[in-house]
Each structure stands twice: as structure tokens, then as C-alpha cells.
Design a protein. Sequence first.
Lengths: 282, 293
Amino acid sequence: MKKITNWFSSLFSSSGEENTGAYGAPGAGKSVLISIVTTFCILAFWYITTEVLQLVRPLIFPSPTAVIDRFVDTLLYGFGDSVLTTHIGWSMYRVFTAFFLACITAIPIGILMGVNRFMRGIFDPPIEFYRPIPPLAYLPLVIIWFGIDETAKIIIIFLAIFAPLVLNTRAGVRSVAIEQIHAAYSMGANRRQVLAQIILPAAMPEILTGMRIGIGFGWTTLVAAELLAAEQGLGFMINSAANFLTTSIVVMGIIVIGVIAYAFDLLMRYIERTVVPWKGKV
Amino acid sequence: MEKLVAKKVNFIYHSKGKEDDVQALQDINLEIEDKSFVVAIGASGCGKTTLLNLFAGFLHPTTGKIFYSSSKKNKKPEKPITGPGSDRGVVFQRPMSSSGSQQITGPGSDRGVVFQRHALLPWLNVIDNVSFGLKLQNVPLKEREEVSMDNLKLVGLEDFVKSKIYQLSGGMQQRVGIARALTSNPSTLLMDEPLGALDALTRENTQELILDIWQKTSKKVFFITHSVEEAIFMATDLIVMSPRPGRITHRFKLGFCSKYLKIRDARKIKSLPEFIKIREQILEIIYADEKNN
């Protein structure tokens, strides 16, 4: 029992060497090595169960080598009418177009909602109403209104990114310290200057968080969006492979989406560190 | 020479029900004369910060007025430097009446404010924070940096020009705040417990620094503190305020600050018998207020 409590308290310590015990800040220290080991263990477990011991049939879950084979195969000879890079390209085009459109609309609207009670009153009900509804539920409506071409797909992804980005931007605006605003006014700032030079930079950390959360929702919605009569795209690839019970392609597609989304998140974290280095320090 | 005046000022914080209205300030009459160092002290909730916010123009008095008054009637008071947009009355406005008094209707660069904390801009480095006010007024970069450098030297931070705000200690951050408030060359400095978050030693050093700056720049100062010792040490005019409703109950004319600027020994001044006597007197007033709550 003692051992278990010791182990539990060691979870809170910053690292093995520094003997801070359970009294340091919870979760301090680096976690990169632990993450790498975890990833390696998952891969090893996957390899051993499917390939070495063959406990699972390939239809239920394919082995890593089968997935890699599929990856190379799709890269070279394609799936459906297109090679893998084309599928990736189309999916990225859809997600990032939606992301871009969401950024140029949601961030200004979020700022307006933060600084103006009329705007908040106008935009709050529709956004809060549609936000919790799963995209698959309003997918039929989007098809009826916008058809089945690119517009509809991008709108579905756009809607998924839009709400969290608006809400984070608005929260960021509301979090600005009144002292900073007062300081600017007392130095002769006008409202426009307070907005551009105080409120906007002060809201930046939360806006970037909103972008990170938003793009995550975007990837989540991609497969749903590409259910719509798509001929290319990772979502399309996964959907049609599932129809033929080609599990290896399903798994390969999932991994590709995961890797792209994770790489983009790393990029966003890097941008966060360079753009808002003061985050959490003041 | 002009003075900053609060005349018959009442301030009421309105809430939903009429009976919940809070009279934050009642019948405040206060003159901040040129070159004076006015310190406000009092139990929490006595309206010190409300009064400062009224002087700064962040709030408007419910009744009464806050204005600049020029003692020489024939001489026109100088106009403050105002940035672009000062034509818009919402933000900043100092209409002049014929009697040579200018009512305060909003914040303006003639009154520099130093806050307790959280008022610096972490996305700018030290010198950009200090020169922020001049940038708002479209002052050219070179002039901006010269003025800011002078003020950073004044607070002893000339070696931290390019440092990030969040890398500085609390005391240094407050010195940046003071340098920033000085940069627009205001005639009045309004300081809302600027030393409240500092440790004892830093606090005493910064007290002396503020007195030095006050002497060098000969500005009028309105300073809020919770520390009785700090209040007596720094004030030329000390007002003691009482809560519910917030009002000025006692006024003292003091000279310990000018004595310090002559002999430059703060510890000696703070242990003078007359210093201790007045300290006990004021502590008694404040404790009585706290007990009555």
C-alpha cells in the first residue's frame, strides 16, 4: 500500500532527480521521453499481438506491416482514382480552407462580441444553439441548401471550427485586465487604439488556443464532410475502404489524419511560443 | 500654477435595488496643490481607489465636480498634450470655463496613473512599455526613445531596456510602471497602492525613489497606500478616510518627506519621536474605523 501511495505521489513530482516529492507544482517537468516510450510501447503491443502472436485476424485489426504495405501501395498505385498524396491534398485543402474562413470570420465576431453588448446579444443565441449539435445531424440540411460539391463540405468543416474559435476569442477579450485598458486611456488612447493595441494582443493567447481547438474539430468533422459524394480525400478513402472491409486502409487513413493533425498542432504550439511568449507568466 | 480639485464630490455605486446603492464617497473636498504629495489612507472600503479613479477620469462623480483650477486668473493654464482622437469627447475632454478652471470628464495624458499591478503590457519590452503613451500620440521614434531612456534612467532601469516585462521582479515592474506614467510628462501622478505587492525592503527603496522623482520632476502626486508608516513618510498632505460612507475624516500637513530629501536617512526619520507619535495617532483612527465595521 505504501508503495502505491509513493508511486502516486511520484506522479506529481517534477522529475526523478529533483527530490521535490509531491510538494512541487502538479505536472511540472518534461514529458517528451515518457511520450516517446508510450508511443513505442503501443506500436510494440500492436506488432506483437497482430504479427508475432497473430491473436487478431487482419480483418479485425491489420498488422503494422500490412498497414505500411498499404501505405506504400496507395502512395504508388492509389486508391479509387487517386494516389494517397492526392487524397491528402484534397483533405488538407478542405480543412485549411474552412480553417482560414473560420479565422477571418470567427476572430472578428468574437472580438465584437467581447466589446459590444449588442453584438453579443445577436450572436450568442445562434452560436450557442448550433455548437453542441453533431455535424452529422445538420449534414442533410447543408446538402439540401448547398448541394454536394466542395461548398457543402467546406461549410460543414467551417461550422465545426467556427464556434469554438468565436467562444475562445470572446473569452480572451473578456480576460483583458481593466488596469491595462485604464492605463492606455490615461495615456491618451482612443477606443480604436485600445482595441488594436491592448485588447487584441491581450486576447491573443486565447485566440491561438481557440485556433488549436478549432482545427482539431475540423479534422474530426472531415470524415463526415467527405461522406458527401467525394471522389478524393482521406475521409472518402476511409469510408469506401470500410465498405469493402479493407481494414488496413481504414487504419492507414486514420494514422495519416492523426499524423497531419498532430504535426499541425506542434506547429501551432511553436507559433504560440513565439507569438505569445508571456502566456501563463503574468 | 494649477491645482487639481475635488469639490463637494459624492459618488454612488448603483445596484439593482435602490436600497442596495452604496455611497462610496460623501462630500469630498480635496485640493491637490502644485508640488504637493497627497497621500490617502484608510480602512478598506473607504473609497480611496474610487477617489483616484475620479481624479483619473475613469469614473464620473454622481454630484460635485473634479477640475483643474488655476490660481493666477489672468494666466491661461497650459493645454495638455493630447493624442489623436482627443477631439472625441467620449475619450478625453478638458473644456475650459471662463474662470480658468477645467473640468475633468475623462482620462487624459495630463494625469499619469501607476497601478498596483497587471497594468504593464507583456507583449512589449521595457522601453516599448515606457514609450507606449508617446506612440499613441504619434511622437517620432527617436524622440520617443530619448524621453523613455531618460525616464528609465530616473527609475534606475537603464540596463533593462530590452528586457521582457515578465522577466523582471515585482519591484522592477513597478519602476517600469512609474517610468511609463512619467513619459507623457503629466502634471499629476496618480498612484493606486503602487507598492502594495512588494516586499518590505524593495518597498522602502521604491518609496525613496518615488520621493526623489517627485522632487526632480516637481509634479503633484496623489498616492494611495495601506501602510501608515509609508503614508506619513511620503506625504506633504495626508488625508485619512473612513468607510460607509467614504469620507475624509482627518487631514494632516506633514514634512517628513522634505526632511528625508535633505538628510537622506529614512530609518532615522521613521524613528523620530514626532513620527512615532503621529503614527500612533493615525493607527488609532484606522483601528477604530475597522472595529466599527
